[in-house]
Design a binder for this molecule. Structure first.
Ligand SMILES: Nc1ncnc2c1ncn2[C@@H]1O[C@H](COP(=O)(O)OP(=O)(O)OP(=O)(O)O)[C@@H](O)[C@H]1O
Ligand SMILES: [Mg+2]
Length: 234
């Protein structure tokens, strides 16, 4: 708590209230509200174009909403100066984007090692830990390949390893199993859920796959840029 408020264990870790966000003339979010508690795994579902990725980007402090608030651990993310916001993103958040997330010039191993090096680890230590994380997500023998040489599924698993390697408090994952068959999806979800449960990491998981959403504690559904509860899934 940086604002001097007493910590409230019942308060959500991350809360968005009445978010609106337009991309040009498209109103991607129209009053979306959502809460994520410490250690909670929340699935966000909804039709294509319903605003899921836009919501994730606002919650993760990557995009500022036009109106509404995003509160993380007692601080208004939407009002935080850019420098503090990017620092907070680096220390507390891990993000798996829906598209094009790995750095094409770096090997799979170095993509995963990079956040650790940015946080001050030596290259050798970072690579050792990155290798363990790639193994955990079933990317073995591909450490030296560049993203263009990985399959879609291997790239997604590498991106997940990269999002988790620094031990973030919240992981945002936008369709992390979108390029995987059902067996590989199951392996990735099992690894993600075990890791999150072990470390008490909260996960905001966007998926259109009901089997993937079933790993979550709770599911909310976006329709036309607003959230309606869809009941408890686990
Ligand atoms: N950068 C952008 N420029 C213009 N329009 C955008 C942009 N990003 C999103 N949109 C529009 O905003 C709406 C919501 O997009 P968003 O990507 O949030 O949907 P989504 O629910 O993630 O969809 P999908 O399931 O297909 O990934 C869509 O109508 C989309 O076309
Ligand atoms: Mg999307």
């Amino acid at each position: 708590m940086s604002n001097g408020d007493s910590p409230d264990s019942t308060a959500p870790l991350l809360a968005a209230r009445d978010l609106t966000k337009a991309h040009g003339r498209t109103e991607a979010l129209r009053g979306a509200s959502v809460e994520l508690r410490t250690g909670e795994i929340l699935a966000v579902t909804g039709a294509s174009g319903s605003g899921k990725s836009t919501l994730l980007h606002c919650l993760a402090g990557i995009v500022r909403p036009d109106a509404g608030s995003v509160t993380y651990a007692g601080q208004r993310l939407d009002q935080l100066p850019e420098k503090r916001l990017s620092e907070l993103r680096r220390t507390d958040f891990g993000v798996v984007f829906q598209f094009g997330q790995l750095i094409p010039e770096l090997t799979a191993l170095d993509n995963v090692a990079l956040p650790l090096m940015l946080a001050g680890s030596s290259r050798k230590d970072a690579q050792t830990r990155a290798g363990e994380w790639l193994e955990r997500f079933g990317v073995r023998g591909q450490e030296a390949l560049r993203p263009g040489e990985l399959s879609g599924g291997q790239a997604q698993r590498t991106a997940l390893a990269r999002a988790l390697v620094t031990g973030p408090k919240v992981v945002f994952a936008d369709e992390p199993t979108g390029a995987l068959d059902s067996l590989a999806s199951e392996q990735v979800m099992t690894a993600l859920v075990h890791t999150a449960r072990d470390a008490g990491t909260a996960v905001l998981l966007i998926t259109h796959d009901a089997q993937v959403a079933a790993y979550a504690d709770r599911e909310v559904r976006l329709t036309d840029g607003a959230v309606a509860p869809a009941g408890v899934t686990a």
